[in-house]
Design a binder for this molecule. Structure first.
Ligand SMILES: CC/C=C\C=C\CC(=O)SCCNC(=O)CCNC(=O)[C@H](O)C(C)(C)COP(=O)(O)OP(=O)(O)OC[C@H]1O[C@@H](n2cnc3c(N)ncnc32)[C@H](O)[C@@H]1OP(=O)(O)O
Length: 673
């Protein structure tokens, strides 16, 4: 329903009321129609404000009514009547204005929003089109390119972006309804001629063809990715093991060793998949915390998914002996080889001889861990991504001696947990983190050369990543990479002069190490590449300290900052990552480009509408990727990873076949070896 009342003498205030998000149910639409009629018929009312109760404007169509017989007034004429009104109508947007909610706001003459609100037309994500005027009013308001972007991606934009795009007239930090009422009073009696969006003409576009071509590219990428996602299930390994000839083992009871953040998430994912789980943590305090955290994670998941989990499906233990009868173990202890070795030695003694032993390591050597056990053929990596019960990606890492059945079992278990499981070979960082390393390095180098975290992040976010590389590092914690670099003997900030920026003969940037030495670990410490209002704060703000630090660093090393544009940011960060992807394909670490693309879309936020890094390379053109890499390598000869990989060059030499033919080129080469 909608509540109607007169406020401030002459403003008709219409409040949508349909918890939890004031969706446009039949009774809400009826309430709006009735209230608008009342406001327009009341001579005392000079202007109108539409808002939603409990800090949410409107979440769009009431999804609970989908599939039912349509009743109540239709939305299109309702919005048309609001727009045609002869009194100003102001939308006061708090929380969300999504789908039909934004279409309703677009029918109003003015839109005022709280700074924390999100707006968007997410219909495409529900298999719908914005059919209540969204496809007509939005392009007229903000132009075809921006509207096409919002409509085809369904993404939600912040109030700040919506203001910049021209969707909003004003953004406030204060009580939005109060601000809107005051505003409504101030525009009383003003002409509404220039305020009815459907009467606007669309700005003419000289490059309509290229715009639609871009939209078609997105469609191609999404269609490619639809099949890529399915292709990864048909896995194969260089030794000839395959999905259709390998028999997975049944897994009814599993164990998790180590109940830190990852271990807890994995425990929840296993329990949600219907397995009985033994959760082991040898530190009493950590075990106690996990015993509280895991059930509440499960409860939240059950509420969201509308499922029930047997509370006794998880048993907790302080000793590894408790895993004696399980079918599969996932080790998730601290990322330290000596510690993991010990765990695998213990498991090999305690477990049944046919128990599958898995490690959640994100980069350590799976073969080495396998060598600690009596049955190395039963050891595989199961690399989850944080939060493990939410993130869709699972890298299943086969070692030199992993049996086909072990790989098949881990792949099938991943599927049972609702993951997209991708089989990859064993190497430092596997596929995802190995490619990420190159991307991070380039981002650091760009800072040395004159870029700022803001510039780099903006370029990547405009490309489509939900977060740029520096914002993402702050979220995941700068200390994580620092620990790895220390273990690899790289993070040595005592070096001075030219040797400070060189390791093993290659260019190295110690910027991340230096930040960690200043105690700047990202969001958790309230300081990282950005500053936050408090430790654990989420809103990244530009930090003058960091900019001074970068200036001093460059001066100390005699680096003259230069202007770096977004194109260079994208090419340096993305092409080097793509190049590593080709290297991974060449080495047989991933079986095909689809595997890498699935890893990047599901694990690293690569925008799905760009199909994944390998598809993107195909779209850009392999010749161009080679040409740009060569040019950057010439400029930075001490960065060997900028040299185009052998496979990339061979594909170009073979006439740059389309992505679905790359496997043939890889296969031909391997058969000649
Ligand atoms: C006559 C029809 C005319 C026009 C049709 C127009 C087309 C559309 O409008 S299609 C719908 C477009 N809207 C959406 O896709 C919005 C989907 N919702 C969201 O994106 C989010 O829920 C959110 C609104 C941004 C809020 O997010 P968050 O704060 O994280 O909370 P959630 O846990 O996601 O949701 C809370 C609660 O609200 C329920 N809910 C959300 N949206 C709707 C909706 N449109 N209709 C009905 N219910 C909705 C959601 O299920 C949750 O309920 P629980 O009971 O707590 O599970």
């Amino acid at each position: 329903m909608a509540q109607y009342r007169r406020v401030s003498g002459s403003v008709g205030l219409i409040t949508l009321q349909n918890p939890p998000v004031n969706a446009l149910s039949a009774s809400v639409r009826q309430g709006i129609v009735d209230s608008v009629k009342r406001a327009l018929g009341d001579q005392k009312v000079k202007s109108v404000v539409i808002c939603g109760q409990n800090g949410v404007f409107c979440g769009g169509a009431d999804i609970r009514e989908f599939g039912r017989q349509m009743s109540g007034p239709p939305l299109v004429p309702m919005i048309h009547d609001i727009e045609a009104a002869n009194k100003p109508v102001v939308a006061a947007i708090e929380g969300s204005a999504l789908g039909g909610g934004l279409e309703l706001a677009l029918g109003c003459h003015y839109r005022i929003s709280h700074s924390k609100a999100k707006l968007g037309l997410p219909e495409v994500t529900l298999g719908l089109l914005p059919a209540a005027g969204g496809t007509q009013r939005l392009p007229r308001l903000i132009g075809v390119p921006a509207a096409l972007n919002l409509i085809t991606t369904g993404r939600h934009v912040t109030a700040a972006e919506a203001l910049q795009l021209g969707i909003l007239d004003h953004v406030t930090e204060h009580n939005t309804v109060d601000v809107a009422v005051k505003f409504a009073l101030s525009v009383t009696g003003e002409s509404l001629d220039g305020r009815r969006i459907s009467s606007f003409s669309c700005a003419p576009l000289s490059d309509l063809d290229s715009l639609f071509e871009e939209a078609m590219l997105k469609a191609r990428a999404l269609q490619y990715f639809f099949f890529a996602q399915r292709a990864v299930g048909r896995w194969s390994t260089p030794s000839g093991a395959r999905w259709d000839t390998s028999q997975p083992r049944p897994v009814r009871k599993a164990a998790v060793i180590g109940l830190g953040t990852m271990g807890r998430g994995i425990t929840v994912a296993l329990a949600q998949a219907g397995l009985s789980v033994v959760a082991v943590e040898t530190h009493a305090k950590q075990l106690m915390e996990a015993k509280k955290a895991v059930p509440s994670m499960l409860k939240r998941g059950a509420v969201r998914g509308g499922t029930t989990i047997e509370p006794d499906s998880i048993t907790y233990s302080e000793t590894v002996q408790a895993v004696a009868d399980v079918d599969l173990v996932i080790e998730a202890v601290f990322e330290d080889m000596a510690l993991k070795e010990k765990v695998f030695q213990q498991l090999s003694i305690v477990c049944k001889p046919d128990t599958l032993l898995c490690t959640n390591t994100s980069s350590l050597d799976v073969d080495h861990l396998a060598s600690q056990t009596r049955h190395p053929e039963l050891v595989v990596g199961m690399h989850f991504f944080a939060p493990a019960h939410v993130m869709k990606l699972l890298e299943v890492v086969y070692g030199r001696r992993s049996s086909p059945a072990a790989v098949a079992t881990a792949m099938q278990l991943g599927k049972k947990m609702g993951k997209v499981s991708v089989a990859v070979g064993n190497c430092r960082g596997f596929a995802g983190n190995r490619m990420l390393k190159r991307y991070l390095e380039q981002a650091f180098f760009l800072l040395e050369e004159g870029a700022t975290p803001e510039l780099v992040d903006r370029a990547l976010e405009e490309f489509g990543f939900p977060m740029g590389v520096f914002r993402m590092s702050d979220l995941s914690g700068l200390d994580v990479g620092w620990r790895v670099r220390k273990a690899d003997g790289l993070a040595d900030t005592s070096l001075t002069g030219t040797s400070a920026r060189v390791r093993q003969g290659c260019r190295y940037s110690p910027l991340g190490d230096l930040l960690c030495e200043h105690g700047r670990f990202g969001q958790k410490t309230g300081r990282g590449w950005y500053q936050y209002d408090k430790p654990g704060g989420r809103v990244a703000k530009s930090d003058p300290w960091l900019h001074n630090f970068l200036d001093e660093y460059r001066a100390r090393h005699g680096l003259v900052p230069r202007c770096i544009d977004q194109q260079e940011v994208l090419e340096r960060c993305l092409f080097v990552l793509i190049n590593e992807g080709f290297q991974i394909l060449e080495e047989g670490i991933a079986a095909g480009p689809e595997d890498i693309d699935a890893i990047y879309v599901f694990g690293y936020g690569w925008p799905r509408h760009r199909g994944g890094p390998m598809f993107y390379a195909d779209m850009v053109g392999l010749e161009r990727v080679v040409e740009r890499l060569e040019r950057y390598h010439q400029a930075h000869p001490n960065v060997p990873y900028l040299q185009p990989s052998g496979l990339l060059r061979r594909l170009v030499a073979n006439g740059s076949p389309p992505i679905h033919k790359w496997r043939n080129v890889i296969k031909n080469r391997n058969s000649q070896l």
